[in-house]
Design a protein around this ligand. Structure first.
Ligand code: APR
Length: 228
């Protein structure tokens, strides 16, 4: 199966794509959520309860991610986008590595480590400072990481656009996602129902593996290289 056989490709990516860049995944061996309780660091209640603690955690993540580089998997996806202009990326990742590898049309379903927002003034801004400073907006409220935390709802514009792209694609490639977080995990089904060819790239089986026509087992960068 080659990318050149398809015109409208959707890459649906998860933390496993960035694992080879040295960024820990969320689940499985060494996963973030085995070390940190998301209820203390990655939900609105925790942020309201102790914004400094949440920002200390996020500054650690920003520093760690900032030190990482995109890997060949990111680069291959960006290359496919250049060669096949109808190619889009729908990512659950917040690390910004797709953009740093040259990918252009990237829908960040779960937001970005590199964006912050003030919910009092309704402003959103890019911010790559490590550590993030100042932590407070000029209005006095804390800047909030523009990340979709647990119990947050996803941006409806992103969801609508993702639906449209998945309904009209002819190939959906899911890469490095455990397929257990909804509504994101439901999205590839839209492409399958529309008759697209479906590929799951993962080291292991996932709860949604049976839905995919093709399952490539191995590292994301190597499996993507095999489709060039
Ligand atoms: N190549 C391919 N797959 C890999 C690799 C690799 N090098 N390393 C790990 N994987 C796979 C794992 O087998 C696992 O199935 O990547 C997947 C990572 O799963 P998760 O850690 O659950 O990450 P993800 O699916 O992106 O999480 C979804 O959960 O915590 C929330 O909002 C967060 O966006 C995140 C969402």
């Amino acid at each position: 199966m080659r990318f050149s056989d398809y015109e409208r490709i959707v890459f649906f990516t998860g933390a496993g794509l960035s694992a080879e860049s040295g960024i820990p995944t969320y689940r499985g061996k060494g996963g973030m959520w085995s070390e940190y309780d998301y209820e203390d660091y990655a939900c609105e209640r925790a942020f309201r309860r102790d914004p400094e603690k949440v920002w200390d955690f996020h500054d650690k993540r920003r520093a760690a991610v900032f030190a990482c580089e995109p890997n060949d998997g990111h680069r291959i996806i960006a290359e496919v986008q250049r060669e096949r202009p109808g190619t889009v990326v729908i990512t659950q990742n917040i690390d910004g590595l797709h953009q740093r590898s040259g990918a252009t049309d990237v829908i960040e379903l779960h937001g970005s480590l590199w964006r912050v927002r003030c919910d009092r003034e309704h402003v959103v801004r890019d911010d790559a400072s490590v550590p993030m400073s100042p932590r407070k907006c000029s209005c006095g409220a804390y800047w909030r990481p523009d990340i979709v935390w647990f119990e947050d709802s996803l941006d409806q514009r992103n969801l609508r656009r993702a639906h449209e792209l998945l309904e009209s694609c002819d190939l959906v490639v899911s890469i490095g996602t455990s397929g257990v977080v909804y509504p994101a995990a439901d999205l590839p089904r839209i492409a399958m129902r529309s008759g697209a060819t479906s590929v799951e790239i993962n080291l292991d089986e996932t709860p949604v593996s049976a839905l995919y026509q093709h399952r490539l087992r191995g590292k994301a960068s190597e499996m993507l290289a095999s489709m060039r």
